[in-house]
Design a protein around this ligand. Structure first.
Ligand SMILES: O=C(NO)[C@]12CC[C@H](CC1)C2
Ligand SMILES: [Ca+2]
Ligand SMILES: [Ca+2]
Ligand SMILES: [Zn+2]
Length: 317
């Protein structure tokens, strides 16, 4: 259909105001952003599980009803995450060829999860107690889109150690995106949508994975079969490593000199897109990160030394 790119405005899940690109047509205003890659499309799942559902259409380009909120954030945060990978890592969408970013909100009924289906993002509304609408958290949106980046690069198999690294990469870039936009940034995951009645808690902490019962050292890794072999559990090892690499600290007696968020982003992005493979384990993750840091900063650089320290601090060699 023919139309023009315009700017819409609305209210997000947390009640905050934001603007985003929409498409003005004879039918009304669609949540289609034609300014990024091959487009960003946000759909209404209408509390069913048929995807993608119907492209979000609004009569007046103002998105301020409670039902609109999940769509406002899915659409806006998809654009912000697109901008993060484009402007910071020179990657044009998850396939580096401008792939359309498709999101469905109001997926299912009180669905307490979000995900990357292999071709689009889906966001549940949450049950209102354990979670609220999942697109309301920038780190979650960037977490999901990073799964797509991973699938189109290292393609880490989603089980056991490769799956834990897959998950950790999503938490790492979810957090780095949150810092990039200075969106109440922290090293917590999902704090904006987790237990709306309880302030200050989160789904996971990268600074201290043990708060969620996850390991912060390789010697404490989960070796069972739950959670695809602990992909959301052993991600704590990579998360703690990244936290230490960015911020520094002493962990189990090992001192790490921090290199800052931006350099962690560069090292992790190069590790993910140039060196990791589908079957990489944590030991190969260390070797890959050392190679990436060596490429970027030189073999005798402080950055390479810090990468080695960070992996040693979580018991990975
Ligand atoms: O880790 C995840 N998926 O692999 C989460 C769990 C809560 C947020 C939505 C989906 C992140
Ligand atoms: Ca409206
Ligand atoms: Ca966060
Ligand atoms: Zn994930």
């Amino acid at each position: 259909i023919s139309g023009t790119v315009v700017t819409g405005s609305g209210t997000g899940v947390l009640g905050d105001s934001k603007t985003f690109k929409t498409f003005s047509t004879a039918d009304g205003y669609y949540m289609f952003d034609g300014t990024r890659g091959n487009g960003i499309y946000t759909y209404d799942g209408r509390n069913q599980t048929r995807i993608p559902g119907s492209l979000w259409l609004d009569a007046d380009n103002r998105f301020n009803t409670s039902y609109d909120r999940a769509a406002v954030d899915a659409h806006t945060y998809a654009a912000w995450t697109y901008d993060y990978f484009r402007n910071v890592h020179n990657r044009n969408s998850y396939d580096n060829a401008g792939a359309e970013l498709v999101s469905t909100v109001h997926y299912g009924r009180s669905y307490n999860n979000a995900g990357w289906t292999g071709s689009q993002m889906i966001y549940g509304d949450g049950d209102g107690y354990n979670f609220r609408a999942f697109s309301g958290s920038l780190d979650v949106v960037a977490h999901e889109l990073t799964h797509a980046v991973t699938d189109f690069s290292a393609d880490l198999i989603y089980q056991n150690e490769s799956g834990a690294i897959n998950e950790s990469m999503s938490d790492i870039f979810g957090t780095l995106t949150e810092y990039h936009f200075n969106n109440n940034p922290d090293w917590l995951m999902g704090e904006d949508i987790y237990t709306p009645g309880t302030p200050g808690d989160a789904l996971r902490s990268m600074a201290d994975p043990t708060l969620a019962g996850d390991p912060d050292h390789y010697s404490k890794r989960y070796t069972g079969t739950q959670d695809n072999g602990g992909v959301h559990i052993n991600s704590g090892i990579g998360n703690k490593m990244a936290y230490l690499l960015a911020n520094g600290g002493t962990h189990y007696g090992v001192k790490v000199t921090g290199i800052g968020n931006d350099k962690v982003g560069k090292v992790m992005y190069r590790t993910l897109t140039q060196y990791l493979t589908p079957t990489s384990n944590y030991s190969h993750f260390r070797a890959s990160a050392v190679r990436a840091a060596t490429d970027l900063y030189g073999a005798s650089s402080a950055e390479v030394a810090s990468v080695k320290q960070a992996f040693s601090a979580v018991g990975v060699y």
